[in-house]
Design a protein around this ligand. Structure first.
Ligand code: TUI
Length: 314
């Protein structure tokens, strides 16, 4: 049994977060993860506050365990979503794709535990000063919007930079990676890609199948030219976008090429026009199983690996 300070802090059984995947992580998936003993997280993505409020209601109707909301800070609706998180007194808020400074006071005063995703040491230090409860150190192996550093480098650097509990994310899908995260100093893990294969994950069947079948070189990073690099499956659309990035297409035109692409992947499974956000660990995700089983399996496997970790120590 792995118990760490994050379990006590949040009142969860296992130190496992489900990543707040935009367009994907709804109240039903979040509740399934929370009922399995982890921390389920509803993704706000670019959705309006009304959607987030509705999904909080869905999660509350399905679980009495703690859950979270992820606020995507590049969203035009971020201000209203931040307000809903405070009004609803959601137990935990995580943030991504930006600096949440302007919401920290509002959330803390509402009793919401704030756990920002940090891609750098400076952001971890700032969040520590502003009263975050923990931070998530997400390496660039992850799917979606990514920073510069790998999990292997970022996690120990963040652990050295803050006294707060650190959750490792990016490149974690099985017990070996789970154990490695704890060895790097993390006291919990967050997984997105592994939960793409959950029974309760509401993505198009084509998306799920592509994740299950993915091999080591199946993801690529696009969007660097626009300042927001994104890791996704290497689909015809991703290749087309990549080529356009290195053409003389204007930034505006390039930006518009990506509009609506997440929805097309998630809802339609459209490989010609959709962006299938996905981490490198898709290569290690090979089966569809209930979310609660994923939570328990990775923790059991992590424990087994950690127990055998001193095999070569003489
Ligand atoms: O946020 C994520 N992953 C995401 S968000 C998303 S939706 C989206 N769609 C299209 C384009 C962009 C986003 C899909 N995947 N992960 C957490 C994360 N946060 N990664 C990197 C960051 C980050 C980056 C900069 C956090 C803070 C930050 O601060 C910059 C600053 O303002 O100083």
């Amino acid at each position: 049994m792995i118990k760490s300070p994050i379990c006590e802090l949040l009142g969860i059984e296992y130190p496992v977060f489900q990543g707040g995947m935009a367009w994907i992580a709804d109240g039903n998936l979040a509740a399934a993860v929370s009922n399995g003993g982890g921390l389920g997280i509803i993704a706000a993505g670019n959705a309006p506050a009304s959607y987030v409020k509705e999904q909080i209601g869905v999660a509350r109707s399905l679980t009495d365990k703690p859950f979270g909301v992820n606020v995507m800070l590049m969203s035009p609706a971020a201000d209203e979503v931040a307000a809903v998180v405070a009004e609803e007194k959601v137990p935990v808020v995580t943030t991504g794709a930006g600096n949440p400074t302007k919401y920290m006071k509002l959330w803390r005063e509402a009793g919401v535990k704030v756990i920002p995703i940090v891609p750098s040491v400076s952001m971890a230090k700032l969040m520590t000063r502003l009263g975050a409860s923990a931070v998530i150190a997400e390496g660039c192996e992850s799917g979606g919007h990514i920073g510069e550093l790998t999990t292997m480098v970022l996690v120990p650097l963040i652990c050295d930079a803050t006294p707060l509990p650190v959750i490792a994310a990016g490149g974690i899908a099985d017990g070996r990676e789970g154990a490695a995260a704890f060895m790097l100093g993390a006291c919990g893990i967050q997984m997105g890609t592994r939960f793409l294969s959950a029974v309760e994950c509401p993505i198009h069947p084509t998306y799920k199948e592509k994740v299950i079948k993915a091999n080591d070189l199946c993801t690529m990073v696009t969007g660097k030219r626009l300042g927001h690099p994104v890791r996704s499956l290497r689909t015809p659309f991703a290749r087309r976008f990549y080529k356009a990035e290195y053409s003389d297409m204007s930034d505006e035109e390039l930006d518009s090429l990506g509009v609506g692409a997440l929805r097309l992947a998630v809802k339609e499974g459209d490989v010609e026009n959709g962006t299938f956000l996905c981490g490198q660990v898709a290569a290690l995700v090979n089966k569809v199983q209930p979310a609660a089983e994923i939570v328990k399996e990775i923790m059991d496997d992590t424990e087994r690996v950690l127990n055998g970790a001193s095999e070569w120590v003489k």
